[in-house]
Ligand binder design. Structure first.
Ligand SMILES: Cc1cc2nc3c(=O)[nH]c(=O)nc-3n(C[C@H](O)[C@H](O)[C@H](O)COP(=O)(O)OP(=O)(O)OC[C@H]3O[C@@H](n4cnc5c(N)ncnc54)[C@H](O)[C@@H]3O)c2cc1C
Length: 441
């Protein structure tokens, strides 16, 4: 019998790396498997790190490094699509820290990924490149690679993203993600591109450390600075017209511009600078019946991919990774008075299986709420002009104290945001471990 000491993590995205960092902090041996030959392949440019995500980075001691590269979001500005009229401007710098316990950042994905990767390797996580997973033998805690290599560990974590192979092996069926009906155009600009426009409203927009959101019928646009305002990120969301099964495609600039015809002239000026664009089909998944099987568990987009309309997919993946690491670490360090039950014996009631079940219990409801919240935000952002939209806009203009808002618009509801953004994922997981330990010792 073997005490839990080793973890294989399939996938080195943000969730897999967070899991690797926490596992190493807990003294577990970690092997990250990546099917590419390079670890630095990161898709997309900008990403928001909401306070619940930066709380985990704070735990890892990484906030100074993140702060060096990221911008603290000072405001979230919501504008009407056709004229850019401000519907509301939510202060964030202070409120994120006071109400949610950590800052809200925007950062280049490469910088974020690089910081987590550097930390995982500094702590001693091993990485195997070109390791494409073919199968997992759940009865033998073994990962089989395409080249036939077999790798064994006490726990195997599928952090392999939206097209997860681990998910299908674990569920023993095909379980592809589902189309949401929306797609994203993703683009970046340099400050020089935007300054060349010589437009005072564009300059004003670039001078702010804000996330700006234009809401319109069936579409919305998100814009924010990266790398201290040297670059800017834009994501344009609209109904999906990619053929079924096509995940990404190069976008036609003319088509993209036509899609946003009649929108705020400032936004159109920004769009006119986009030199090339990628069309990205947005997918999600219904709640899986389970995330675990014996000593195998899923995390992040592998088990709860979502529309990005709460800016939470990666934050949830990072929370998942940290919770898994904490639970496995607590199991590793627990006094050995419980004998075989604290060991990894491979039967369905052993301790590693129990840890992964506790992890699933801790995480499933929260991440399902996130998927649903993102869908609710689609309704909120994409209202067509009419009474419903007028009510929404009137409501947003009237808010004076965001911390007192009670509203069916979850985007604005103070308690909803405290639960989403102020959540400490670690303390309840530790508590769940302690209860389990008491019962089993
Ligand atoms: C337009 C858009 C905007 C978004 N904005 C935000 C935002 O602002 N904030 C936020 O928190 N989230 C955002 N998200 C969501 C976020 O990008 C994802 O939820 C997050 O990256 C998921 O992380 P992950 O580690 O679970 O998966 P991934 O980042 O997809 O990583 C999966 C890893 O697994 C590897 N892999 C895959 N298959 C295998 C295999 N068979 N063997 C070995 N390795 C494998 C991949 O190479 C990759 O390294 C956005 C998403 C989109 C589409």
């Amino acid at each position: 019998m073997q005490r839990v000491s080793s973890v294989i993590i399939i996938g080195a995205g943000l969730g897999g790396l967070a899991c690797a960092i926490e596992c190493r902090r807990q003294g577990l041996n970690v092997l990250l498997l990546l099917y590419q030959m390079q670890v630095h392949i990161v898709v997309g440019a900008g990403i928001q790190i909401p306070p619940n995500g930066s709380r985990i980075l704070q735990r890892f001691g990484l906030l100074p490094k993140i702060s060096d590269r990221a911008t603290v979001v000072e405001r979230i500005d919501v504008r009407r699509y056709e004229d850019g009229q401000m519907l509301c401007s939510k202060e964030q710098t202070l409120s994120s820290i006071e109400n949610y316990g950590a800052p809200w950042f925007v950062i280049h994905r490469q910088d974020y990924h690089g910081i987590l990767l550097e930390e995982a390797t500094r702590l001693g996580a091993a990485i195997r490149l070109g390791a494409s997973v073919k199968n997992i033998l759940t009865d033998r805690d073994t990962v089989v690679l395409e080249d036939g290599t077999e790798l064994t560990a006490n726990a195997i974590i599928g952090a392999d993203g939206i097209w997860s192979v681990t998910r299908e092996i674990l569920l023993e069926r095909s379980a592809p993600p589902i189309e949401t009906g929306d797609l994203a155009y993703r683009a970046t600009f340099t400050r020089a591109d935007l300054e060349a426009l010589k437009d005072s409203r564009v300059d004003e927009l670039c001078a702010q450390n804000s996330v700006t959101l234009w809401m319109g019928p069936n579409k919305h646009v998100v814009f924010y600075p990266l790398r201290n305002g040297a670059e800017f990120n834009m994501v344009l969301l609209r109904p999906d017209d990619l053929p079924e099964g096509v995940k990404t495609a190069h976008g036609e600039l003319g088509e993209m511009r036509a899609t946003f015809e009649g929108w705020d002239p400032v936004l159109l000026k920004l769009i006119s600078c986009i030199p090339s664009v990628l069309k990205w089909k947005l997918l999600h998944h219904e709640e899986l019946q389970t995330w675990t099987k014996k000593h195998v568990a899923l995390l992040g987009d592998a088990c709860h991919p979502t529309l990005p309309y709460q800016a939470q997919g990666a934050a949830m993946a990072v929370e998942d990774g940290a919770v898994l690491g904490v639970l496995l670490g607590k199991l590793k360090s627990a006094p050995d008075s419980t004998g075989a039950r604290l060991h990894s014996s491979g039967d369905s009631t052993d301790s590693v299986t129990s840890m992964l079940k506790i992890y699933e219990d801790q995480r499933k409801q929260r991440t399902t709420l996130n998927v649903q919240g993102a869908l609710r935000n689609r309704w909120f952002y994409h209202m067509v002009d009419g009474e419903e939209q007028q009510n929404r806009d009137r409501f947003l203009r009237a808010v004076t104290d965001w911390e007192a808002v009670k509203s069916p618009y979850t985007w604005a509801d103070a308690q909803y945001n405290r639960d989403l953004l102020g959540y400490d994922s670690i303390a309840p997981a530790e508590h769940a471990f302690d209860s389990w330990f008491l019962e089993n010792s």
